[in-house]
Design a protein around this ligand. Sequence first.
Ligand SMILES: [Zn+2]
Length: 228
Amino acid sequence: MIFFDPMYFVFIAPAMLLMLVAQGMVKSRYQRGMQVDARLTGAAAARHLLDRAGLQHVAIEEAHGFLSDHYDPSHRVLRLSHEVYHTRTATAVGIAAHEAGHAIQHAKGYIPLIVRNAAVPAATFGPTIFLIMMIAGALLNSPELVLIGLAAFGGVLLFQVINLPVEFDASNRAKALLTEYRIVDGEGAAAVRSVLNAAAWTYVAGVLQTLMQFLYYAWRLFGSGSDE
Ligand SMILES: [Zn+2]
């Protein structure tokens, strides 16, 4: 009974706890940074960063949903959530500048971003392939199929690991540029750092969750207890 094994929670619990803590940090620092003034709105700050990087052709649109901010590389559009788009706060310019950082990475051919984009199919289809292979492997009693499933899960892990330097770099660009162009003062810069660092921890927790799941399934396959 692979799905109700208490050992699964022994493997995964620390990572789940870290994720809950990181998500709580993002929420509280997001709100705190909303009380700290910036010189521009999130949209205006992103526009400034993009223009200074020679990216006048990258459009900025409003997106629906809380923390829905992202850069769309296929349409070369920056989409910012309502509060980030409209408010002149440290949180807004921090998140907007992070997304602008992704657009700048894209324009400059930043290698980790290219590798990450190439690995998107692994992240998209990996979990489905994993599930199908695990079920088929169990039904047909085929360790080979289970192994293929595990490899697909490893692809998801690989994507998340490659994604880390991409996210850290976008945040580092954001922090540096917001200070360089004086969009935030000292207090604002500190608030930007605290929001973006909390967001970085959610990516680290995500990697740890996937890693521990991967190790759990590998342990079930190759370690003790695979004959239950
Ligand atoms: Zn990002």
